[in-house]
Design a protein around this ligand. Structure first.
Ligand code: CP
Ligand code: NVA
Length: 301
């Protein structure tokens, strides 16, 4: 395992090992105080962030490492100099790169032209650190993930893609419920379905909310992702029936609610669900750091 780009690149044993290590680091952080001793990580962010930026910074600190945060004040990535030159230079000083970019191609270029591990901190296509934290959260609540049925409802996006890959690699049963025209990327779906089949899991896609029947957890995300200029008023009618409500959770007896955050309260989910019984949102946020620390320890130490 050289980089963390999408979750698709991991074998089942690598993914399970990351989740186990995350649990160990969370349970006994003092044992990992020097895991990144003398290591430096450059964090490049083309888009805003709360959870990812803060959890990486504090997480790296807790492992005894050092991080340098870079936003776009020196110009957009690839404008002042090529992404390849940028990656080559950073590799002379840093031991790892964490990057949040508009285009996934930029992440792939950083990995190709740099010589140090690259961790995808969100691109237009994937959000593997998020999905890893989400799988850790489900495992903490339900144990063996093979028995967990996960539904993602809303806009098929970067978070959906990495969740689909993670669930597929682990052989989980996952259902993705989206309005017509907002399904996840077709190529990613095909790859995830092949992976799911190979691991004894399944990935179903539908527009029917009734697919929440017999699901353990429903996950949603913003209907409009960063970098997408669609107006909410243009899609609200299409998405309305996919708002996660308490009535919906009760009707289909869904135990858990999940959201990567930031949430648009009253849009994709109601306050009652966000703050109610079975909401895992803060446990997911907390687990971002532990899951990422497992990735850092695995790739850098
Ligand atoms: N979930 C997540 O990645 O949050 P941020 O955009 O705040 O980092
Ligand atoms: N799908 C969202 C996730 C934010 C963490 C976005 O890309 O904006």
């Amino acid at each position: 395992m050289k980089h963390l780009l999408s979750l698709k690149e991991l074998s089942q044993s690598q993914l399970l090992a990351l989740l186990e290590l995350a649990k160990k680091i969370k349970a006994a952080p003092e044992e990992y105080r020097t895991a990144l001793d003398g290591k430096s990580v450059v964090m490049l962010f083309e888009k805003p962030s709360l959870r990812t930026r803060v959890s990486f910074d504090i997480g790296i600190n807790k492992l005894g490492g050092h991080c340098v945060y870079m936003d776009q004040q020196n110009g957009a990535l690839g404008k002042r100099e090529s992404v390849a030159d940028f990656a080559g230079n950073i590799s002379q000083w840093a031991d790892g790169i964490v990057a949040r970019t508009f285009s996934h191609v930029t992440i792939e270029e950083l990995a190709e032209y740099g010589t140090v591990p690259v961790i995808n901190a969100l691109s237009d296509l994937y959000h593997p650190c998020q999905a890893l934290a989400d799988l850790l959260t489900l495992a903490e609540n339900e144990g063996d993930l093979k028995n967990v049925k996960l539904a993602y409802m809303g806009d098929g996006n970067n978070v959906t893609h990495s969740l689909m890959f993670g669930a597929a690699v682990l052989g989980m049963q996952m259902t993705v419920i989206c309005p017509e025209g907002h399904f996840p990327d077709g190529f990613v779906v095909t790859q995830a379905q092949q992976l799911a089949a190979a691991h004894g899991g399944s990935l179903l896609l539908t527009s029917d909310v009734a697919a929440l029947e017999e699901v353990d957890a429903v996950y949603t995300d913003t209907w409009i992702s960063m970098g997408d200029n669609t107006k909410l008023s243009d899609i609200a009618a299409k998405f309305g029936q996919y708002q996660v409500t308490r009535e919906m959770m009760d009707k289909y007896q869904v135990k858990y609610f999940m959201h990567c955050l930031p949430a648009h309260r009253g849009v994709e989910v109601t306050d009652e669900v966000m703050d109610g019984e079975g909401s895992l949102i803060l446990q997911q946020a907390q687990n971002r750091m532990h899951a990422q620390n497992a990735v850092l320890v695995t790739l850098l130490s």
